[in-house]
Design a protein around this ligand. Structure first.
Ligand SMILES: [Zn+2]
Length: 66
């Protein structure tokens, strides 16, 4: 379920709301001013992978054989 960011033009509150894609966006903020909500641009797929993941394979000598 995607998360949308809304900003109230009245009180300036910014909050995130989890909504379905088919669900219609919010229009009114549940505050005293009943301000109009504006949906901000959300960046989808912002995944930052840190460095790392060094895999070192250690060779093992098998004794004898045969
Ligand atoms: Zn508000």
């Amino acid at each position: 379920m995607p998360t949308y960011v809304y900003e109230c033009e009245a009180c300036g509150a910014v909050f995130e709301v989890e909504q379905r894609i088919t669900e219609e966006p919010l229009k009114e903020h549940d505050c005293e001013q009943r301000g109009r909500l504006r949906r901000l641009i959300t960046s989808v797929g912002l995944i930052l992978t840190g460095q790392g993941g060094s895999s070192s394979s250690s060779g093992s000598c098998s004794p004898g054989g045969g």
